[in-house]
Design a binder for this molecule. Structure first.
Ligand SMILES: CCCC/C=C/CC(=O)SCCNC(=O)CCNC(=O)[C@H](O)C(C)(C)COP(=O)(O)OP(=O)(O)OC[C@H]1O[C@@H](n2cnc3c(N)ncnc32)[C@H](O)[C@@H]1OP(=O)(O)O
Length: 374
């Protein structure tokens, strides 16, 4: 067989080529894959699909800033003059390999039972009655990758059932968290931008639901500046301690996006509608003292003594009767839960549309091309 260099795929003789029916079946099968095959494979699938249905790449190359469409165009163009039939066959072969490997039993434990997260970007420890979930990507200011969202969900599910009395979210290094990792938007699935927005919205909804439903006292130890979703979900925590170096920034309009984490509901409730609007519409950054004055932060500590003071206090709180704390949290939060779930669903669905907008794509392209920073 001939080799298509960019993709490492084979071109077979005409007698072995897959039928249109095989191809249609393979297209349906892709949607049923149990495991995400990764971006490289998804790009291959995209390129082969285009080649099989439309022939060699025949559209103008997208501009430099249109990074998503340019990556797709490059993959399609790399197939050169490969015939439609050969592309169809390669597509069918690739899907059949993917289906076979996704059928084989996974060696991993189910997410809820997993002791440690999938990547080093999250560290979960339990000590002195406190489960600590630490964002651990200091070189990237603890920006949240897709894997980290999944790992945090798993960590919260495990913490809700473990022996600890209190659960803490904090960060490593000088930042608490710089929000969503903007490169998440460059990992385009085979279904394109629409599919990316759909699955990101589903993940966002699951992620925020875990905070809404978390049954034990949940404390944020904000060790430095906080951006985006790491700020908005603070309204779902029971207590927020911050160093005086922390700041709180929700630059959604700058990013062509809209609020999440139930902040469209919790922020106006916590700080009043006009202060909330200044943050959520105009991206006003609050200092730790300002956030405390508005009720978003419980208490601010001098940076030099922050860790010592906060952990001493949390250790003392963790000795309180755990069932009493759970029940008190239930009474405080339960009547709001239904509302919060509805708000989360609505915010996620609005964002699904926003993520497909030019305003959002241009803002992300600007950040990635190092033209814009907050
Ligand atoms: C699926 C659920 C989706 C939920 C959606 C949530 C929405 C949000 O969270 S919106 C908020 C998104 N966050 C941002 O827009 C922040 C972008 N980052 C910045 O503006 C700056 O990096 C900073 C102000 C946070 C820090 O600036 P500083 O000069 O101190 O440090 P840098 O040199 O810029 O950063 C170091 C390193 O980290 C990378 N990085 C930082 N934040 C992010 C991020 N959010 N996404 C991707 N990468 C990030 C930065 O690019 C640097 O990387 P290099 O060293 O490789 O250049």
């Amino acid at each position: 067989p001939l080799q298509v260099p960019a993709l490492g795929l084979h071109v077979r003789g005409p007698a072995m080529l897959a039928s249109q029916k095989d191809f249609n079946n393979a297209v349906s099968q892709v949607k049923l894959l149990k495991e995400d095959p990764g971006n490289e494979v998804k790009l291959k699938l995209y390129a082969l699909y285009k080649q099989a249905t439309e022939g060699p790449c025949n559209v103008p190359k997208p501009g430099m800033l249109d990074f998503i469409n340019k990556t797709k165009w490059d993959a399609w163009n790399a197939l050169g003059s490969l015939s439609k039939e050969a592309a169809r066959q390669n597509y069918v072969d690739l899907v059949s390999r993917l289906s076979a490997s996704s059928e084989s039993p996974s060696p991993e434990a189910p997410a809820a039972d997993r002791k440690q997260p999938e990547s080093d970007s999250l560290v979960v420890t339990s000590e002195d009655g406190i489960t600590t979930i630490r964002l651990n990507r200091p070189a990237k200011k603890n920006a949240l990758t897709t894997q980290m969202y999944h790992d945090i969900i798993a960590a919260l599910q495990a913490a809700s059932k473990d022996e600890s009395a209190i659960t803490v979210l904090t960060g490593s290094g000088d930042y608490y968290c710089s929000g969503n990792d903007l490169t998440n938007f460059t990992h385009l699935p085979a279904g394109g931008l629409e599919e990316m927005a759909r699955s990101a919205a589903a993940l966002l909804r699951d992620f925020v639901n875990c905070f809404i439903d978390f049954p034990k006292p949940l404390v944020a130890v904000v060790n430095g500046p906080a951006v985006g979703i790491s700020v908005t979900i603070l309204g779902l925590f029971d207590v927020v301690y911050a160093t005086d170096r922390a700041s709180f920034h929700t630059p959604f309009s700058h990013l062509g996006q809209s609020p999440e984490g139930c902040s469209s509901y919790t922020f106006p409730k916590i700080m009043g509608s006009s202060k909330a609007a200044e943050m959520l519409l105009f991206g006003k950054k609050l200092t730790a003292q300002e956030a405390c004055a508005q009720g978003l932060v419980t208490e601010v500590f001098p940076d030099g003594t922050f860790q010592k003071e906060v952990w001493a206090r949390l250790k003392a709180y963790s000795k309180l009767p755990p069932n009493a704390m759970r029940i008190s949290k239930q009474i405080i939060r339960n009547r709001e839960k239904e509302k919060l779930h509805a708000v989360n669903a609505e915010e996620s669905s609005v964002l699904r549309e926003r993520w497909q907008s030019d305003e959002c794509m241009n803002a992300i392209a600007s950040f990635l091309s190092r033209k814009a920073k907050l």
